[in-house]
Design a protein around this ligand. Structure first.
Ligand code: DX5
Ligand code: ZN
Length: 216
């Protein structure tokens, strides 16, 4: 399955976000946008207006939007209108996951569901026919720069068995040169990479190293 690198801007320098994105955009597959509301997670990041600005400036980049917010049923369309190409929200945040996923797909965009580390992977089974992507959190959601939770490898394996080969498995949190290969071997094909890229002094070199590891 084709692998993808989704660069999380959570740890980018927001005062120069445009330049930060320009610098890496030709080397990555997607930009990962972490939306945090201070309720679902203990952090507040940014909202749809920033996504609209990114969309206007970079019309051809795939925007992978990860909603870590309560009430995704109330807000999903705002993020589609802002320019998201892929919209992922948390299973734990709503009782209406199937309904929201259906609506995202009807709007012509890709739909994904995300699970916190403690949430059982079997929860995705009833949703398989309305998802394009499952995002498995490999850290507790809320902050960049945390360490990969190793027992999540088993969860990725189980997810791949449930999903077959046509649905993306995205891993998010603690992905770097030491963890990316294990996640790939377990069955993941989409890799969110945040601080490993944006805290580096040579972002392109780090992305190329990751590609090298993923291709061998
Ligand atoms: C955490 C976010 C991640 C985060 C990843 O809640 O969902 O996307 O930015 O950052 P790193 O790669 O630093 O773990
Ligand atoms: Zn994320």
């Amino acid at each position: 399955m084709k692998y993808k690198i989704s660069a999380s801007i959570l740890n980018a320098n927001f005062l120069r976000l445009g330049q930060e994105i320009s610098e890496i955009k030709d080397y990555i597959d997607e930009i990962h946008l972490d939306i945090m509301d201070g309720h679902y997670v203990d952090n507040i990041s940014f909202g749809p207006d920033i996504i609209s600005l990114i969309r206007k400036e970079f019309s051809d980049i795939t925007l992978d939007t990860h909603l870590m917010i309560c009430n995704p049923d109330k807000y999903w369309h705002t993020f589609i209108e802002a320019g998201a190409d892929i919209l992922v929200f948390h299973k734990e945040a709503t009782q209406k996951a199937y309904h929201i996923l259906e609506k995202i797909k009807k709007s012509g965009k890709l739909a994904g569901i995300s699970l916190n580390p403690a949430t059982d992977i079997n929860q995705i089974e009833p949703l398989v026919d309305v998802i394009d992507r499952v995002l498995i959190m490999t850290v507790e959601p809320g902050f960049g720069g945390q360490s990969f939770i190793k027992p999540m490898l088993k969860k990725i394996e189980k997810a791949r068995k449930i999903l077959g080969d046509n649905i993306d498995i995205e891993v998010d949190g603690g992905i770097n040169n030491n963890t990316v290969k294990d996640a790939q071997k377990a069955g993941a094909n989409t890799f969110v990479v945040g601080s490993h890229i944006f805290k580096s002094s040579d972002k392109i070199a780090e992305i190329e190293k990751l590609r090298e590891i993923l291709e061998h």
